[in-house]
Design a protein around this ligand. Structure first.
Ligand code: SF4
Length: 504
């Protein structure tokens, strides 16, 4: 059976796509078929197509609003025609791959119309949320019958640059080149098609400290009204930050950027006392979203320093939590990132050690053991500083990594616990380590990773919304039948109280 059939309306579109698929090295199993213009011809051609694992339609298309410009590439999230809608769940994977190939890919609904759409009809479709229009995709989406399907259109006209404008026609040559570059990306998409098993690590996503921090910003927006200033990212996740920005939060790096007296939230990672002092001097209305488990590490640092110990903090340089904790003990704290640094310590006093809350438990254990070997009287924290959420998510990712070919950790690149989950996954695996990759969403998942991956482990850092994990799993489901199993290693029922400033 053919792996992929790529349909185009026009011969010049077919030739442009086929050029990108030409050998060497050859693309066996891919056919480019010209189906003719319009939904009727497309429907007749679709009925005659040979069997194939995946079906794609590509060619030129028209933008329905000026947010899309000629030269952009629209990857359909769904195809609409009349009352019918055909979802294209793998669209974010394809759009991400096109972006990495250097093409200006965008995501959005595509409408199939019986004829060329202009004027008021174009406006009406745009008002319904559609991004672009073509005349062939709907019959092909119907013919796909649930098989992996993709519709990709190179925009050649837009409301502000209509098709009959000479400038738009000049754009046809670059648009053909773009089609040529789309060919190999569709080939990679088709190579990733196939049945798959997804193992969802559990627990994953939000911890109690992150939920509390986000709720604090939401309540502060309700109570004080926008804008509410937030020092640093409230939690290290771009989706959370963008969502709160839309609702009126303003994220700043330093308090100097906050107007006098404004409502200001400190992030979940905690702040040094000098930051609190500056906020008080400037008369800011502060709501502190520091996670109580981070605040506990601050308190331990103060206790150790007060009795004259050198406080050795195991952590990662530059992380806000580390800056906050060391800021508690100026002149009495030192950061160590690995075992090698222990030898260089010359404390000249008692030694105590603490750890950043989001470290990999195995690595932190090795460093703390090295501290105890070198300083046998060194005192550690009363309980483990690595928090319950970090520990549970690392246990859970190990459980799925044992069976997975690929582990996707959903989280932002500045999230310490998501990074550690990726490292833990890469060190796990019964029969050799799986490929472990950190992704901020489905668009970051490279199709080549999926080609050989029949079992995919999926987890998420404690700052990642569960909805982004759902998006990743939904996108994988667009590549073929998906069996989703959850691997739960423990239940979590931790809750923290809210600070009095925003308590209902
Ligand atoms: S990961 Fe742990 S320390 Fe960090 S916010 Fe969540 S519960 Fe608190």
């Amino acid at each position: 059976m053919t792996g992929l059939i790529v349909c185009t309306a026009l011969g010049l579109e077919a030739r442009a796509v086929a050029r990108g698929l030409r050998p060497p090295p050859g693309r066996p199993g891919i056919r480019v078929v010209r189906i003719g213009m319009g939904p009727d011809r497309a429907a007749r051609a679709a009925a005659l197509l040979p069997p194939a694992a995946a079906l794609a339609v590509t060619g030129f298309g028209g933008a329905l609003h000026d947010g899309l410009r000629p030269g952009d590439v629209l990857v359909a999230t769904e195809v609409r025609s009349g009352d019918r809608v055909w979802p294209c769940p793998s669209a974010p994977l394809l759009a991400g791959e096109l972006l990495r190939a250097g093409l200006p890919a965008r995501l959005g609904p595509l409408v199939t119309s019986p004829g060329i759409v202009t004027g008021r009809a174009r406006l009406a479709l745009a008002r319904e949320g559609a991004c672009a229009v073509d005349m062939e995709s709907a019959p092909l989406a119907e013919a796909a019958g649930g098989r992996p399907f993709a519709a990709v259109r190179v925009i050649v006209d837009a409301p502000g640059a209509p098709l009959l404008n000479p400038a738009t026609l000049c754009g046809a040559v670059p648009a053909r080149r773009t089609l040529t570059r789309i060919g190999p990306v569709l080939a990679r998409w088709a190579a990733a098609v196939g049945p798959r098993r997804v193992l969802l690590a559990s627990p994953r996503s939000f911890c109690a400290g992150v939920e509390r921090a986000i709720e604090i910003v939401e309540l502060a927006l309700d109570r004080f009204g926008p804008p509410v200033y937030v020092r640093k990212q409230i939690v290290h996740n771009i989706h959370v930050v963008r969502d709160l920005e839309r609702r009126g939060a303003v994220f700043v790096d330093e308090l100097a950027e906050v107007p006098e007296g404004a409502a200001t939230v400190f992030s979940a990672h905690g702040v040094a006392p000098s930051v609190r002092e500056e906020a008080a001097r400037r008369g800011l209305r502060v709501v502190d979203a520091t996670c109580p488990l981070v605040a506990k590490v601050h308190a331990e640092a103060r206790r150790f320093a007060a009795r004259g110990d050198l406080v050795v903090l195991i952590g990662h340089a530059g992380h806000e939590e580390v800056e906050g904790v060391l800021g508690e003990v100026p002149g009495a704290g030192v950061l160590v990132e690995d075992e090698a640094e222990i030898e260089g310590l010359r404390p000249g006093r008692g030694v105590a050690y603490l750890t950043q809350t989001t470290l990999a438990a195995d690595e932190a254990g090795r460093v703390s053991a090295a501290i105890r070997r070198r300083f046998p009287d060194a005192e550690g924290p009363r309980g483990d500083d690595i928090c319950y959420a970090t520990t549970n998510r690392q246990r859970a990712v190990r459980a799925v990594a044992d069976e997975a070919d690929l582990v996707l950790v959903v989280g932002s690149a500045n999230s310490s616990n998501a990074l550690r989950l990726t490292e833990v996954a890469a060190r796990s695996g019964r029969d050799g380590a799986p490929l472990a990759r950190l992704v901020d969403g489905p668009g970051d998942v490279a199709l080549d990773w999926l080609r050989e991956a029949r079992t995919v482990g999926v987890t998420a850092g404690a700052s990642t919304p569960g909805s982004v994990v759902d998006d990743v799993v939904a996108a994988l489901g667009g590549l073929g039948p998906l069996e989703v199993e959850e691997r739960r290693v423990t239940e979590e029922n931790v809750e923290f109280t809210l600070p009095k400033e925003v308590r209902p």
